[in-house]
Design a protein around this ligand. Structure first.
Ligand SMILES: Cc1ncc(COP(=O)(O)O)c(C=O)c1O
Length: 476
């Protein structure tokens, strides 16, 4: 801005606000927006007062106020300037924004990534009532200073009875640790099991957030291929023979993450037998058990394992209800649960008791089962609709198997196409559609699967049609 230039600002005093302060506020706004930069000269007080039709004393007072606050500096005989030690707000904004097309700067309009549930289906009013009842109960605010680091007894009892009925898990409250999402349980399990340098086998492609949790306790994370039948047991056997410090194996047998396949009975039996022989702990992540559309859910490994094969079974309410609630759980032998709870206690004295009480109430009273039934119906219909749309629009470049359960489709690009999933996902991002390419589920970027994990559960019909349109329009 040249010397003597005017300021195109509007001065709008708030109720009872002196005009000079309203003017000062308007100038601060210009600085924060980057329209006035550090070192820029301000118009003289006479010129500005004429321009804004204000008393010159008012402009004087505003400049004085801003100088006192450090926004402006007055340099004798040269005039008034924006302070030079302020950050350049305009530049900072530009720096944090990616230098790509405009849609990338905004949140994606539509999200086909990963497999999140639709939070619009959650029985919010019922949950709210349960919360209010929990908050007005004296049991946790008054009766006791702190609760159990394993989580509220009410929720552990309610969940263990639910899991006994729904998943054949014969467990009691002492077998259970409630965590803030299963992410915390992954970390605590690794922390309780692994010494630094010990190895843990994981599926590849797989779930990078689990690898991160294991690495955080200095475990070595070793990939074992997962194919169209789930984790490759022959490859795991070779690894177990070779790797003397292999302590555990992390698997997603119900709906493999990210490929969605279910580990078949033969591989399940071999996995448990191999774990017994090589003294491996199996960490079973069953993150979206309820959402099985074809046939009944497959019973967890933890429900079948004999006592000589330790299984840490992890569950979550993130898919069943909503990820924002942050409730997950681990099930294991009481001694191991204690070790995990001891570690939890040093970073998080206990969980969110009102939430845990409210959820216990919803489980006992049947609301969670009712919600699961309703959501399963809705997601089943969405899966079928999504599969039909994908087949209609992308049969020339891609193929997939309809997932028997889970909230995502693993869409593989046909071998004969030269299309890159990563480029496709970048294009989609520019159009405002979020999708995850295969490389995001690999340990190294070399030869990633040319595929996408596409979550369908979050989208209503019109949203799904829009998302599929965007996917089509963003083909490389
Ligand atoms: C493989 C896997 N495990 C666990 C979870 C659930 O994590 P949390 O319970 O921390 O939300 C997810 C959610 O996306 C997942 O994909």
């Amino acid at each position: 801005m040249g010397k003597g230039a005017t300021l195109a600002i509007e001065v709008r005093p708030e109720e009872k606000e002196p005009i000079f302060l309203a003017l000062a506020r308007a100038i601060i706004t210009e600085i924060e927006k980057g329209k006035l930069k550090p070192g820029d000269p301000l118009p003289g007080t006479r010129a500005l007062s004429r321009n804004l039709i204000l008393n010159r004393n008012t402009v004087d007072a505003a400049y004085h106020e801003l100088t006192m606050q450090g926004w402006l500096t007055a340099e004798s005989s040269r005039g008034t300037f924006v302070a030079r030690d302020l950050p350049d707000f305009g530049r900072e904004l530009r720096l944090v924004q990616p230098a790509v097309a405009t849609a990338d700067r905004k949140r994606p309009m539509l999200d086909l990534s990963d497999g999140a549930p639709d939070p619009r289906l959650v029985p919010i009013a019922t949950l709210g009532q349960a919360f209010r009842r929990a908050l007005s109960s004296p049991s946790f605010l008054v009766d006791r200073a702190y609760g159990d680091p394993r989580g509220s007894l009410a929720l552990r009892e309610a969940l263990s009875s639910y899991l006994k009925d729904e998943r054949g898990l014969a467990v009691g409250a002492d077998n259970m640790l409630i965590t803030r999402g299963s992410q915390m349980a992954l970390f605590l399990a690794a922390s309780a099991l692994m010494e630094p340098g010990a190895a843990i086998a994981v599926e590849t492609p797989g779930y990078p957030l689990a690898w991160g949790a294991f690495r955080a306790v200095d475990a070595r994370v070793v990939g074992v291929p997962a194919d169209e039948g789930g984790i490759d047991i022959d490859a795991l056997e070779l690894l177990a023979r070779r790797e003397k410090r292999l302590k555990a194996v992390y698997v997603t047998p119900h709906h493999q993450y990210p490929t969605t396949v279910t580990l078949g009975a033969a591989r399940r039996l071999r996995l448990l037998e191999l774990a017994r022989r090589h003294r491996l702990v199996v960490i079973e992540d069953d993150y979206d058990h309820e959402f099985r559309f074809d046939g009944r859910p497959v019973l967890p490994l933890a429900a079948r394992a004999e006592a000589d094969v330790p299984v840490i079974y992890l569950g979550s309410l993130s898919k069943l209800l909503a990820p924002g609630l942050r409730v997950g759980y681990a099930i294991a032998q009481p001694a191991l649960i204690r070790r995990m709870a001891d570690r939890r206690e040093v970073i998080d004295r206990q969980g969110d008791l009102p939430l845990e009480h409210a959820l216990a109430d919803l489980i006992t009273e049947g609301a969670v089962r009712r919600h699961a039934r309703k959501a399963r119906r809705v997601y089943h219909a969405r899966r079928d609709r999504f599969a039909a749309l994908l087949r209609e629009r992308f049969a020339d470049v891609a193929e997939f198997s309809i997932p028997a359960g889970g909230l995502a489709v693993w869409l593989r690009l046909r071998e004969e196409t030269t299309v890159s999933a990563e480029t496709w996902s970048t294009n989609a991002g520019r159009l405002g559609l979020s999708i995850l390419p295969g490389v995001r589920f690999m340990m190294t970027p070399t030869s990633p699967p040319e595929a996408f994990r596409l979550g369908f559960a979050r989208l209503k019909d019109d949203e799904m049609i829009k998302a599929v349109d965007l996917l089509d329009r963003s083909r490389p």
